[in-house]
Design a protein around this ligand. Sequence first.
Ligand code: ACM
Length: 269
Amino acid sequence: MKVGFLQLRPKFGSVRENVRAAKSLLKDVSEATIVLPELFNTGYLFRAQDELMELSEPVTSGYTVGEMKKIAKRQTLNLIFGIAEKKSRKFYNTAVLVTSKGKLYTYQKTHLFDREKLFFSPGEKSYAVHEVDGVKIGMMVCFDWCFPEVTRVLALKGAEIICHPANLIMPYCLDAMRTRSIENRVFSITANRIGTEKRANMSLTFTGNSQVVDPSGNVLTSAGERSESLKIVEIDIEEAKNKAITTNNHLFKDRKVSLYKPLVRKYVG
Ligand code: ACM
């Protein structure tokens, strides 16, 4: 199967322009699963909640998801991308999966980064795996990388590919994602953005270097940090089904769950 990423340089607040740019860069691709960055349609650095009110969209009736569904259907693509979701007076930093057959799934980012906590609500739904064209897809968003529990839960639920829309500002995340792939024997696709956003007295530079990683931690393809970039590779999904580390070690069967209890207790300091 063909998988890849579209690394972008979104322009803050220009939803239609950003969606058009993605559409244009995707125009020659078909029959693939492609990941786009977090908040690819709005940009990242919201100054205040009224901006989010204006730029966010309901998933089921919003402009962005509507356009992405059309692209997915026309070009036989499965697309995973980040948007600002408006739902029942709350806002979520949401990853959306639209399939070539018209199915729609969402994941609302659970681990909000820094100022995101001022505007977005954390997602509360458990991590879900979606079977698309016989392949099991799990989604996480950017800073979720810092919580290995997310990838682990997805992998235990059967995820074979972790799709990871991101707006990274810490470059070492990409190394961490190689580890997430190794320790779960899953493919991971991190679609990062590039560019600098300057808003009011804030400035953030995003690190690019989007990548596709295999279950042994090999980077199959990656982008630089300067340009928008579409990269697609052929993968063998069977590699993610084999959880043997040696003939005597199974990644999941060897776990010592009775010793892991602190992992599921609330930290009280
Ligand atoms: C991030 O979670 N966007 C750093």
